[in-house]
Design a protein around this ligand. Structure first.
Ligand code: FES
Length: 323
């Protein structure tokens, strides 16, 4: 089934969960138990054409016999979601990573607020399942373009069957007369002890960011789909030093540390090259990074102990890296 952290899995089931949303159920072909995962985790799918795509696990993390991932068909698909929707069938085999988690659920919180936009519901589903099994207080605000595109609608409704259940709130764009989801209004009065988890398109994430500016930042959690725009106009060259060999290389403007390492045939694991997946996370021995990723928490950034070398640069002249 596995070589190191790579798995060969079988598509045991697939079904359309909502318009342009497919859920894949992946199992070991011999029925063996799979490596465990935690709520908020994702898999990398290794697709033809050297495509690597990340999809969040949406099933209950207590399950050890299957992984379920939700895949939304991206309107501007660069091949990944289109391949999944058009080519995979029950019985297909698929290479994946073992589960990884850049969006972990704090299991000891008293209260959880979840905000999902579109396919951003997938990691939230595994979190809600964990809350349910632990009898934790949660509430969900789920934004979608319309009901037809709302994955897991029936399942969520079954968790909160009363129409006025305060745990479950839907915002369908086409039923709101053009009114946007008002993150500031729904989060007003949220207890400072609550943990807030958000996954969805950038405008929703930015709105929640603004609405949670005064909430304790270690209790606000984001899973980004897209990289933040970065102003590169002031980029200047810097030097990296590799701890293992002492070799030094200059990183010019317009090239990433990862690019420069590859130029010198120094292979480093990577996936998204956009600062979203944490595959290229690298330890920093000395120097000050200029963090440009969407993965590290504020505390991790402040510590300057790690960086994503696919996008982040340096504030100092030299960075010594654990490579
Ligand atoms: S390769 Fe994904 S964060 Fe660097």
């Amino acid at each position: 089934m596995a070589t190191s952290d790579r798995l060969q899995l079988k598509v045991a089931d697939l079904h359309c969960e909502a318009r342009d949303v497919m859920v894949l159920e992946l199992r070991a072909s011999d029925g063996a138990a799979l490596p465990p995962f935690t709520p908020g985790a994702h898999l990398e799918l290794y697709l033809p054409g050297n495509l690597i795509r990340h999809y969040s696990l949406c099933n209950d993390s207590v399950e050890r016999d299957r992984y379920c991932v939700g895949v939304g068909l991206a309107r501007d698909s660069r091949g990944g979601s289109r391949y999944v929707h058009q080519n995979l069938r029950v019985g297909s085999t698929l290479a994946t990573s073992t589960p990884r988690n850049n969006f972990p659920l704090e299991l000891q919180a008293d209260e959880y607020v979840f905000i999902a936009g579109g396919i951003g519901i997938t990691p939230i589903m595994s979190m809600i399942r964990a809350c349910e099994s632990r009898h934790r207080n949660w509430r969900l605000y789920y934004c979608a373009r319309n009901r037809q595109r709302t994955a897991f609608y029936e399942e969520l409704r079954s968790l909160a069957p009363e129409r006025d259940d305060p745990r479950l709130h839907f915002h369908f764009d086409d039923e709101q007369d053009g009114r946007y989801f008002d993150a500031a209004a729904v989060l007003a009065g949220t207890a400072p002890t609550a943990h807030i988890y958000t996954c969805g398109p950038e405008p929703l994430m930015r709105a929640v960011e603004a609405a949670t500016a005064t909430h304790p930042q270690d209790r606000v959690h984001f899973e980004w789909f897209t990289a933040a725009a970065v102003d590169t106009a002031g980029d200047r060259p810097f030097t990296i030093k590799l701890a293992s060999s002492g070799a030094t290389y200059e990183v010019p403007p317009g090239r990433s540390i990862l690019d420069v390492l590859e130029d010198h045939d120094l292979g480093v694991p990577y996936s998204c090259r956009e600062g979203l997946c944490a595959t290229c996370r690298t330890g920093v021995i000395s120097g000050i990074p200029d963090h440009r990723d969407s993965v590290l928490t504020a505390a991790e950034r402040a510590s300057n102990r790690e960086m994503m070398i696919c996008v982040s640069r340096a504030q100092s002249e030299v960075l010594e890296l654990e490579l």
